[in-house]
Design a protein around this ligand. Structure first.
Ligand SMILES: [Zn+2]
Length: 361
């Protein structure tokens, strides 16, 4: 990911979405099927499956208050305006140009919106959520249609192995006893060894370092002591990674990598998690694998396997090596270059780790 995409300014101007699946070029009706802005300030959407959304935020100007809007493929039949309440001035459904639908939420003056922290989350193939504000006083929900209705999508080729799980509780990470566990996260490669180089030059070392840092942040919030084998782009041999973990007497060791296929085949995608031996390592691998698959719909499950990688073979504690996708694969690389997906992978790994820790405590 380029520095430009990472910059806060950029994120401030437009809150970008992930899950860019193939979208047919010609759309007849709007991809937006239902929406609701709930009492807690969370906007939920139901769309056609695998749609391509774009979301934007713009600060108030002379004409408008702060606005958040999302563009959907497909033309809206009847543009309309819905009166708001609380901090919401009004909600408009319009067609910015033919063949597109725009959902605009305009806020009243003086509403404090922390757009920097906004994150659109894909709950599954056709549902989305984003927390826009925390109501100071009461806010009455506004919406059209049912966002919960399931769509059975038969013509989705990319998502055949999609795990049909709800993400509603996904951001909820399990609790474990605080200050009890110590975890070593090992971002693969680094420095002169960039690891796999994928489509468009995406580098494994960058992806896994970012994911690892986020995992650390999430676990730390839960009172888990986390140590990274490297915090930046340094060359680090395998042996010191292992002795680092062994000296710390950590409870678990998780090495994070991204894959490359021989011949850089774009059709090879998927996720896999390795352990060396023991039921603990296997359990940890299974938990992590389960959750990374959930946030990577359509990417093949290459399974939980035994592996003899140096770092998992020589560490004293249960140890796994997770491959979060193929940087050479079209589907995986397109996702892994996005910040939002990296964050979701980090959530998934943290969730797997916390589930494991809560099982063994
Ligand atoms: Zn690697």
């Amino acid at each position: 990911m380029s520095r430009f995409l990472n910059s806060k300014l950029f994120r401030y101007l437009s809150v970008f979405l992930f899950l860019n699946f193939t979208t047919p070029q010609i759309k007849s009706s709007s991809d937006l099927a239902a929406w609701v802005l709930k009492e807690n300030g969370v906007l939920e959407l139901r769309t056609k499956s695998n749609t391509n959304l774009k979301a934007y935020f713009q600060k108030a100007n002379q004409k408008y208050g702060d606005r958040f809007w999302i563009d959907f493929p497909g033309e809206l039949i009847s543009p309309r305006t819905i009166k708001g309440n609380g901090p919401v001035k009004e909600i408009r459904l319009g067609k910015p140009n033919s063949g597109r639908t725009r959902l605009v939420i305009e806020f009243k003056d003086g509403t404090f919106l922390n757009a920097l922290t906004w994150k659109m989350i894909g709950l599954d193939q056709n549902r989305w959520r984003i927390k826009l504000f925390t109501p100071k006083d009461s806010f009455k929900k506004i919406g059209e249609g049912s966002v919960d209705k399931k769509i059975i999508n038969n013509n989705s080729n990319q998502n055949s192995s999609y795990v049909d799980n709800s993400f509603y509780d996904y951001m909820q990470l399990p609790n474990v006893t605080r200050n009890k566990f110590s975890v070593v996260i090992d971002p693969g490669h680094g420095g002169l060894d960039p690891g796999a180089i994928g489509i468009g030059g995406i580098r494994e070392t960058d992806v896994v370092l970012e994911v690892s840092k986020k995992v650390k942040e999430l676990l730390s919030e839960k009172g888990v002591k986390v140590s990274l084998t490297r915090e930046n782009e340094v060359n680090l041999d395998l042996r010191p990674r292992v002795s680092f973990a062994n000296n710390l007497n950590a409870d678990i060791f998780v090495s994070i990598h991204a894959n490359a296929s021989r011949g850089k085949r774009k059709d090879i995608n998927g996720l896999e998690t390795f352990y060396f031996k023991g039921w603990r390592g296997r359990l940890l691998a299974k938990r992590i694998q389960k959750h990374i698959l959930i946030v990577s719909p359509g990417s093949p499950d290459r399974g939980v396997k035994q592996g003899k990688f140096y770092v998992i073979k020589n560490t004293d504690m249960p140890a796994v090596l997770v491959e979060i996708g193929f940087l050479t694969g079209r589907l995986d690389s397109r996702r892994l270059e996005k910040n939002t997906h990296r964050e979701r992978i980090a959530y998934a790994i943290a969730k797997g780790i916390l589930e494991y820790l809560s099982k063994i405590e």
